[in-house]
Design a protein around this ligand. Structure first.
Ligand code: MN
Length: 276
C-alpha cells in the first residue's frame, strides 16, 4: 500500500442541490476524517434553476477540503445536461472541477475493496413534472443496462440510488402510495426495484449503500444469487439533506468487515421531511 492509499471513503445520500447543506457536509468531513473521496448516492442536484451556482460552491468547498466527489446520478438529475458534459478516459462525466458523475455500472477499487455504482430510480411524482425540464426518462436503469452490469464479476460494495425490492427501508403504506402516485407509476417503481434487486443478487455484495428513500436504516439480509447460492448483505440506507444520517464514513481497512460510522454535520433546524 502506498502512503497515499486511502483506508476510508465518505458516502452521502441525496443533497437535492442544497448548497448550504452540502458545504456543511464537506466541512464536517474535513474536520473529522482523513478522506480524499466522497461517494454521492444520487439526487445530488444536477437540475433546476441555478444549479451551476450550486455546483460551483460545492466544487470550491471540496477543493478546499482536498476531497474529490464521485456522484452516481439519481432520478432528479438533468440527464440531458449530463450527456453534454465532457467525459474522461474512464467514461466518467466531468461535471465540475473535482466532481465526476459515474456511468451506470462503473466499477472501481479502493484499498483492495471492489465497488460498483448503479444510479437511477423512478420519479414517482413524474406526473407532476415536465418532460425534459424536471423529469428525464434516462432516470431508469434499463433492462439492457441491468443485464450488462449483472454479467460482470461480484463486488464487495454496491452503491445505488434506488432501494432494491425486498429491503426494509421505511415505506409509505401501500394504499397511501397508490393514492399518491396511481397504479401505473407504482408498478413502474416496483419493477425498477425488482430490476435493481436482480443486479444485487447477481453481484451479491457484502455491503449495499443506497439513498432515494430519505431514511436512515440498517439491516442484514440473507438473499440468494441467481444460481441459488445464499449470501449475506448489509444494507445501509442514507437520509437526505438536512436530516440525521445523511453522511457516513466507510472504513475499508478490513474488506471482510466493512464498518460505517456516522459523519452527518449537526442540524441547524429540527429534522424535516423532504419528499423531493
Ligand atoms: Mn431519488
Amino acid at each position: 500500500m502506498t502512503p497515499t492509499e486511502p483506508t476510508s471513503v465518505a458516502v452521502a445520500g441525496d443533497w437535492h442541490g442544497n448548497a448550504s447543506w452540502a458545504i456543511k457536509c464537506i466541512r464536517h468531513l474535513a474536520e473529522h476524517a482523513d478522506v480524499t473521496l466522497l461517494l454521492h448516492l444520487g439526487d445530488f442536484g444536477y437540475m433546476g434553476e441555478g444549479f451551476d451556482r450550486y455546483l460551483h460552491k460545492v466544487s470550491r468547498e471540496a477543493a478546499k477540503a482536498g476531497v474529490t466527489i464521485w456522484v452516481l446520478p439519481g432520478n432528479h438529475e438533468n440527464y440531458d445536461w449530463l450527456a453534454k458534459q465532457p467525459v474522461d478516459n474512464q467514461g466518467r462525466t466531468i461535471t465540475s472541477h473535482g466532481i465526476l458523475a459515474l456511468p451506470r455500472g462503473y466499477r472501481f477499487t479502493v484499498a483492495g475493496v471492489t465497488f460498483c455504482a448503479v444510479g437511477g430510480a423512478v420519479s414517482v411524482d413524474k406526473g407532476r413534472r415536465t418532460f425534459g425540464r424536471s423529469w428525464w426518462p434516462q432516470e431508469e436503469i434499463t433492462e439492457t443496462e441491468a443485464n450488462a452490469i449483472s454479467a460482470g464479476p461480484p463486488v464487495d460494495v454496491l452503491l445505488t440510488h434506488d432501494a432494491p425490492m425486498g429491503c426494509a427501508t421505511p415505506r409509505m403504506d401501500r394504499r397511501s402510495f397508490l393514492d399518491w402516485v396511481g397504479p401505473v407509476v407504482a408498478s413502474e417503481a416496483d419493477a425498477h426495484q425488482v430490476r435493481l434487486r436482480n443486479i444485487v443478487d447477481a453481484l451479491h455484495p457484502r455491503l449495499l449503500l443506497h439513498g432515494h428513500m430519505h431514511a436512515r436504516y440498517s439491516e442484514t439480509v440473507e438473499w440468494v444469487t441467481p444460481d441459488y447460492k445464499p449470501y449475506t448483505c448489509r444494507i445501509e440506507g442514507l437520509a437526505c439533506d438536512d436530516m440525521e444520517g445523511n453522511q457516513i464514513l466507510l472504513d475499508l481497512t478490513d474488506p471482510t468487515n466493512l464498518t460505517v460510522t456516522d459523519l452527518t454535520p449537526p442540524l441547524s433546524k429540527g429534522p424535516r421531511f423532504r419528499d423531493d
